[in-house]
Design a protein around this ligand. Structure first.
Ligand code: SF4
Ligand code: SF4
Length: 128
């Protein structure tokens, strides 16, 4: 269920199911390890429920961690058309003309590796 949520395929019902399952494990496990194993889920559901809901309802990862929910774009006002991002993109998802035309990302080709973000020295690549 967690994987589905991080992939943007979660439902609000899953939150209740996870909570129920965790409480069941907590109450019925015979050893201390089993009784505490569900704690990470229970405590994040309690204190960060809004983040779970953002993944499910808005298909958005507020911490910018869940790869399948991220999108990358280039801010045309910051791009200096240096071409470094395009030359290092493993998916050939970035196009533009060196020194002449600002670069753009084709989101249908992008595999969300994040290399453009780390390679751009001008802060033009944005992750949403
Ligand atoms: S690396 Fe940055 S400045 Fe250079 S072309 Fe790409 S987005 Fe533009
Ligand atoms: S995130 Fe990776 S695949 Fe997507 S445009 Fe940037 S370098 Fe290319």
């Amino acid at each position: 269920m967690l994987t589905k949520i991080t992939d943007g395929e979660g439902t609000m019902e899953m939150l209740d199911e996870m909570e129920e399952l965790c409480n069941e494990i907590k109450d019925t496990a015979l050893c201390g390890l089993g009784q505490t194993a569900p704690n990470p889920i229970l405590s994040t559901l309690r204190y960060f429920r809004d983040e779970y809901e953002a993944h499910i309802l808005e298909k958005r990862c507020p911490a910018h961690v869940c790869k399948n929910l991220l999108t990358y774009s280039i801010n045309p006002t910051k791009c200096r058309a240096c071409s470094i991002c395009a030359r290092n993109c493993p998916a050939e998802a970035i196009t533009g003309k060196p020194g002449k035309e600002v670069y753009k990302i084709d989101s249908t080709k992008c595999i969300k590796c994040g290399l453009c973000l780390s390679n751009c020295r001008f802060g033009a690549v944005e992750r949403h």
